[in-house]
Design a protein around this ligand. Structure first.
Ligand code: DGI
Ligand code: FE
Ligand code: FE
Ligand code: FE
Length: 187
């Protein structure tokens, strides 16, 4: 599928404000890919599709998680996590994406994982720091991202984990594993 067709199809899946966010993630992911030596075209593709399933009904996401044999553990954590693995599935099935780097960057853009690839890190970080994001700590994340994708992403996960703690919510173990692993990578 060519890029314009893909963009039109994805934008039809979401309200205008989410599409604006997606455009911000695309722009930021490409900048980060150039800065840190990843493939800008793959970063662009993953960014276009990363939130493709964000507005799917939870029942539809749950069906795909079960039918596709995704970790059922997901179902016991915040539903906000579900659109990432479901999005990777949709990218492959409905958009013909076959590149595992792109699919994994979509799959893990919310939770993170241990041993994140550079592409995983870039898409996840771009999602945190795109120009439309405004949350306490986002300026610090953008500053850290000038030099270190890992340090910036750790700060991103820290803010998510703090938020989940403050809300009394459960924390998906992959997020904790991702953060711990990134800290280890810095040593
Ligand atoms: O889809 P976006 O809003 O652009 O961003 P995202 O895919 O990073 O989703 C983030 C949301 O997921 C955020 O509101 C926090 C929520 N969430 C719930 N439980 C967890 C979690 N995020 C992570 N990383 N880990 C969790 O355990
Ligand atoms: Fe998302
Ligand atoms: Fe994210
Ligand atoms: Fe997003």
């Amino acid at each position: 599928m060519n890029r314009n067709t893909m963009m039109e199809k994805v934008s039809a899946e979401m309200p205008a404000k989410r599409w604006t966010h997606t455009l911000g993630v695309m722009e930021t992911a490409v900048i980060l890919a150039r800065r840190f030596g990843a493939d800008p075209d793959k970063a662009d593709q993953a960014a276009i599709l990363h939130d493709v399933a964000k507005y799917w009904p939870t029942s539809k996401m749950e069906t795909i998680i079960r039918e596709q044999g995704m970790p059922e553990e997901l179902l016991y954590y915040d539903k906000e996590l579900w659109h990432a693995p479901v999005g990777a599935f949709v990218a492959e099935r409905d958009y013909g994406i076959a590149d595992i780097e792109v699919l994994d960057a979509i799959r893990f853009h919310t939770s993170g994982r241990e041993r994140m690839t550079l592409m995983d890190k870039i898409v996840c970080l771009a999602d945190y720091m795109e120009p439309g994001r405004d949350f306490p700590g986002v300026h610090k994340i953008r500053e850290l991202a000038e030099h270190s994708v890992e340090q910036a992403l750790i700060a991103g996960f820290d803010s998510t984990i703090s938020y989940l703690l403050a809300q009394g919510k459960r924390i998906f173990p992959l997020t904790v594993a991702a953060r711990n692993d990134l800290i280890l990578q810095l040593r």
